[in-house]
Write a protein that binds this ligand. Structure first.
Ligand code: SAM
Length: 187
């Protein structure tokens, strides 16, 4: 079975936690990553990697000393990601709001980039607020939180956390087309 069909089947069962029926296109995946300085990134986190549509491009670009830690709550996706068996990849079956506690267990206290495809608009407000606050807290100075969304409805919330340090891009070649928010921690 192709990975797109597998993703679709999972989406039908779990639409409230997936928020879409198709994995991200290669165009969206590459655009998400294009401003990351991989040569200087030691620790990267991916929130909501699904079946690895973006993960595989991150792994291709990682510097030899870097680590990627993925947070995924879906059992089947968690197993598919583990099957990648990449030496620089750690897959956690954990929810994104526990990012600080989970990373602490790995003795990680700062992160250079957080790449998120979490369906923030359908996650309960108190949980999504916690995810953004905790992501901000664990980011290193000049680190970035990169998020895609299918609408602009989350801009205000991201602004509350990251203030003016947000840039916006649009990727038409995805189903559905998506906005990319790049939020920098400048303090
Ligand atoms: C829109 S899909 C994105 C999948 C993939 N990254 C892509 O771009 O094709 C969102 C993913 O977030 C995961 N997810 C939802 N809530 C989560 C949470 N609180 N913590 C971690 N993962 C979560 C879902 O299981 C799903 O795999």
């Amino acid at each position: 079975m192709s990975s797109k069909i597998k993703f679709f089947k999972e989406a039908v069962k779990n639409i409230k936690t997936l928020g879409t029926v198709a994995p991200s296109s290669r165009f969206l995946s590459k655009r998400m990553l294009r401003e990351i300085n991989f040569s200087k990134a030691d620790v990267l986190v991916e929130l909501g990697p699904g079946n690895g549509a973006i993960t595989k491009y991150i792994l291709e670009r990682l510097s030899p000393k870097a680590t990627l830690i993925c947070f995924e709550i879906n059992d089947n996706f968690y197993r598919q990601l583990q099957d990648l068996k990449h030496p620089q990849l750690i897959v956690l079956k954990a929810s994104a709001e526990n990012i600080i506690e989970e990373l602490k267990k790995l003795h990680i206290y700062k992160v250079n980039y957080i790449i998120s495809s979490l369906p923030l608009t359908i996650i309960p407000d108190e949980v999504s607020d916690e995810i953004l606050d905790r992501s901000f807290e664990i980011l290193a100075k000049n680190g970035s939180f990169i998020q895609f969304q299918y609408s602009l409805s989350y801009f205000k919330k991201l602004k509350k956390v990251f203030k003016e340090s947000i840039s916006l891009e649009f990727e038409p070649l995805n189903i559905p087309p998506a906005f990319i928010y790049r939020c920098k921690k400048v303090e």
